[in-house]
Design a protein. Structure first.
Length: 128
C-alpha cells in the first residue's frame, strides 16, 4: 500500500482524531493517578499505563474497522469509498482538546497546591 494512500485513508476514517483524543484522555488519567491525595500504590499506576496502551491499540483498530453513521455502527468495508462519513467540525474538536488540556492544567495546579513543603533540615548547633 502506498504511504500517501494510507494517510488519506486514515484521515477519511478519522483514525487520527480518535488516536489524538484517546492519547489526551489517557494522559489526563495518568496525571490524575499521580496525585498524592489518592495514595495509589505504584503497581496501580503501572497497571493503568499498560491497560491504556492496550486500549489504545484496540481503539485505533476499532476506529479503522468501523464507522459511526447516522444509522449506527457499520463496518468500514461495507461503506462505499465515496460515501461522506460524519465528522466533528474543527471547532468542536479543538474545543474538546482544549477542555481536556484545561482539566489537566487544573489537576496539575491541584497537585502542586496539595504538596507539603519539605521540612528544613535541623540546624546544626555547635557548642564551644
Amino acid at each position: 500500500m502506498d504511504p500517501k494512500n494510507l494517510f488519506v485513508e486514515l484521515k477519511r476514517r478519522n483514525v487520527h482524531k480518535v488516536a489524538i483524543v484517546y492519547a489526551v484522555i489517557a494522559w489526563l488519567l495518568i496525571q490524575v493517578a499521580f496525585i498524592p491525595a489518592f495514595e495509589a500504590p505504584s503497581w496501580t499506576i503501572k497497571t493503568l499505563v499498560v491497560l491504556l496502551l492496550v486500549g489504545f491499540a484496540v481503539v485505533v483498530f476499532i476506529s479503522w474497522a468501523f464507522e459511526a453513521t447516522p444509522e449506527g455502527m457499520k463496518r468500514t468495508a461495507d461503506l462505499s469509498r465515496n460515501e461522506v462519513l460524519p465528522t466533528w467540525s474543527r471547532k468542536k474538536f479543538a474545543t474538546f482538546v482544549l477542555t481536556i488540556a484545561l482539566l489537566a492544567a487544573g489537576v496539575l495546579v491541584f497537585d502542586l497546591l496539595q504538596r507539603k513543603p519539605a521540612a528544613p533540615p535541623p540546624a546544626a548547633t555547635t557548642d564551644h
